[in-house]
Design a protein around this ligand. Structure first.
Ligand code: CTP
Length: 407
């Protein structure tokens, strides 16, 4: 039977975007029952939800009492998605209130629950909301980080509902985990992932870069979100859509990536991250000087260009590992054109990380492709082969290894 999804809609202007989410869910074969809060109907009316879902819609516990909907709907669900989740809805859910059909359903649901918050930045950043979100995450709910951007009115900042496509992809991952009997084993954990490839500027129009697309790093972020983690992605020049529910920090160069990783690994406020994954391809060298003006070919004597002088970039992974907080698990990558596991073991020791994911790159392998395969070496001497498969599968296998190392 098709999976049963409850789509909870609370009273935010972004309720109209939940119509698109509903369409995606029904068109991909899910049965969806929509439960708006009474005030949500001020934004999108009951006929819209009923027509799009093909199912009856009620907001209170007094309709169809004979069927005991306040218990039955939650018990029968494979997934509850609340989009948008307002500050008030998150507060009521965290407090365990049951003052409408949606909150009653949240109390009776034993399936994964996914919240997609949307509110003004001030409301999102308020300590009350942050505490409510932390509590819901600790209890095992998946709370997506809101997107950053234009809000209702003139202001911009974090608080936008993540795109319906992103919420949909997080929902599908959660359903798959639920169907496989897997728990949200990273619930309450904070992880930081670097993704993409750094660029080192030569002049205002040119850079030294690499072919990393960011796919593998984004797969780490998306799979960690689906396992309940709070995720920050430090994205170096990634052209992909944002990974659902992560906080994305954009950087260009290795030095910017270093700053962002160190700040996210041990934030000034709050506890250090539980795990760090350095999936980004970081340039080992950068031009010694960035030219202020575009380098002209005519300045080269006899048409022979002056060599570009390079200097070493900081080794971010080695520094993260050296400065790691107690219990923090640090994962590095070794992108090699030739596999030599003895050399990889030496790299693991040199970098000081807990796990090193060794994969072959170049000549059509790994970079920009949907698949990857790897050998994961552990500082404890372990060795895990991950067969060729989707980058998501590789990420999930590595998270299994990280999870086993978390205290
Ligand atoms: N890395 C890093 N900072 C650098 C270079 C690499 O943090 N300046 C990280 C990468 O993100 C990756 C790991 O180190 O997780 C290994 O990258 P790789 O390029 O294989 O290692 P290098 O130290 O550059 O070794 P090699 O001499 O083989 O290039």
């Amino acid at each position: 039977m098709a999976p049963q999804v409850i789509l909870g809609v609370s009273a935010g202007i972004a309720a109209y975007k939940a119509c698109e989410l509903l369409r995606r869910l029904t068109e991909s074969g899910h049965r969806v029952r929509v439960i708006p809060t009474p005030d949500a109907l001020r934004f999108v009316g009951e006929p819209t939800w009923a027509a799009l879902s093909g199912q009856p819609v009620s907001t209170d516990v007094w309709t169809d009492v004979a069927e005991v909907p306040h218990v039955r709907l939650g018990q029968g669900a494979d997934l509850v998605v609340v989009a948008p989740a307002t500050a008030d809805l998150l507060a009521r859910a965290a407090a365990g209130r049951a003052d409408d059909l949606l909150t009653a359903t949240l109390l009776t649901a034993r399936c994964p629950v996914l919240y997609a918050p949307a509110m003004h930045t001030e409301m999102w950043e308020h300590p009350a909301t942050q505490a409510n979100v932390a509590l819901l995450r600790e209890r095992g709910a998946v709370v997506l980080d809101p997107a950053r951007g234009r809000l209702t009115g003139k202001d911009t900042g974090p608080g936008r509902l993540p795109e319906p496509a992103e919420i949909f992809s997080a929902a599908v991952r959660l359903l798959a985990r639920g169907a496989a009997g897997l728990t949200l084993d990273l619930a309450g954990r904070t992880v930081v992932v670097s993704a993409g490839g750094t660029r080192e500027e030569l002049d205002p129009v040119r850079f030294l870069g690499n072919w990393s697309s960011g796919r593998q790093g984004y797969a780490f972020a998306e799979t960690a979100v689906a396992r309940g983690a709070k995720v920050t992605v430090v994205a170096a020049n990634v052209a992909l859509p944002d990974p659902a529910g992560s906080r994305v920090v954009r950087v260009t160069s290795a030095r910017q990536l270093r700053e962002a990783m160190l700040a996210s690994a041990a934030p000034a406020e709050g506890p250090p991250a539980d795990a760090l994954v350095m999936a980004a391809a970081v340039a080992d060298f950068r031009p010694a000087a960035r030219q202020e003006a575009k380098i002209k070919k005519d300045t080269a004597a006899d048409g022979v260009p002056a060599p570009i002088e390079l200097v070493r970039n900081p080794d971010v992974l080695a520094e993260l590992a050296a400065r790691r907080a107690p219990g923090q698990v640090v994962v590095g990558f070794a992108a090699e054109t030739e596999l030599d596991l003895a050399e990889s073991r030496a790299k693991l020791a040199r970098k000081g990380c807990d796990l090193l994911v060794v994969n072959r790159v170049g000549n059509g392998l790994a970079f920009g492709t949907p698949d990857n395969e790897a050998v994961v070496l552990g500082a404890d001497g372990s060795r895990t082969e991950i067969a060729k498969g989707a980058k998501d599968v590789l990420a999930d296998r590595v998270w299994d290894l990280v999870q086993a190392r978390l205290g």
